[in-house]
Design a protein around this ligand. Structure first.
Ligand code: FE
Ligand code: FE
Ligand code: ZN
Length: 277
């Protein structure tokens, strides 16, 4: 069964996000925990979160993905930026305890010139301070495109973040197809080999979710500009192979393509017709 959904606006509330997902044929979804650029989060409505959890259960949803704000940079060279990342991380994870069993996805950050070794160290440091054995959320490190001084564009860097974390059981990886293609992995022609490499370096047991995106740029461009499914350099044939890869069976696929709701609904319907597992 293909678990597929898309990024939704969280301004409508939790239960309404699940209803919206259902209305477009999705059985998972992603949302920002707060304004993606700002820091303010509304006071969470725990009753709404409880109803959303019930509705997801009743409809056999795959885990949903809460996405940390883009401004969160745990690898930053600036101490106040790291302190902000820590505060947001902690607050988000606390709120998500009311939506147990889902994912919290974050960008591992940019080292801003201090080098990836230092960036990796700072990101693992924050993870070690926010992860606890009691947590009901799995924290996902997203694979990045390598724009600017971003860390996490290679599987080796993701692995070194994981290796620095004590509570590894609370961690997973979210594979973004646009990002890794832009990062130079041959998603277009050799996706199974990319998975071999992921398995060799990180281990496929760590792979929890997929951001399914086409790319506006060729492999290796390091641009991070998502395209609609089939309209970009990855293309529909390669995307069909990705959703039908047996090693991704059962994982949630989340679309972050440039679409409104009706466009997402069409992509979900199309991908379901291309799914053969
Ligand atoms: Fe992301
Ligand atoms: Fe992504
Ligand atoms: Zn992206």
């Amino acid at each position: 069964m293909l678990h597929i959904g898309c990024h939704l606006s969280s301004s409508v509330g939790y239960e309404n996000m699940v209803k919206t997902a259902l209305s477009i044929g999705a059985d998972t979804f992603q949302f920002f925990t707060r304004n993606p650029r700002g820091s303010k989060s509304k006071a969470p409505d725990f009753e709404d979160m409880r109803r959303a959890t019930e509705l997801m259960k009743a409809n056999n949803f795959a885990p949903a993905v809460a996405h940390a704000p883009y401004t969160l940079n745990p690898a930053s060279s600036k101490e106040e930026v790291r302190a902000f990342a820590y505060d947001i991380f902690l607050d988000d994870l606390k709120i998500l305890e009311n939506l147990p069993g889902n994912y919290y996805n974050f960008h591992p950050g940019s080292h801003l010139g201090d080098g990836s070794v230092e960036g990796v160290k700072r990101t693992t440091d924050i993870l070690n301070r926010v992860l606890t054995p009691e947590l009901h959320t799995t924290v996902l490190i997203e694979t990045m495109a390598g724009k600017g001084s971003e860390i996490g564009a290679s599987f080796e860097e993701i692995k070194s973040i994981i290796d620095g974390v004590e509570l590894r059981g609370k961690l997973g990886v979210c594979l973004d197809t646009c990002h890794i293609s832009d990062g130079g992995y041959d998603v277009i022609n050799e996706f199974e080999k990319v998975l071999d490499e992921f398995d060799k370096i990180i281990g496929l047991d760590m792979l929890c979710a997929i951001h399914l995106n086409d790319s506006k740029n060729p492999s290796g461009a390091k641009k991070d500009r998502h395209e609609k499914i089939g309209d970009g350099f990855i293309g529909l044939d390669s995307i069909t192979k990705i959703i039908n890869s047996p090693r991704l069976l059962g994982k949630p696929f989340v679309l972050e393509t440039p679409n409104e709701l009706d466009g997402y609904e069409k992509e979900i319907a199309l991908l379901k017709t291309l799914y053969t597992l």
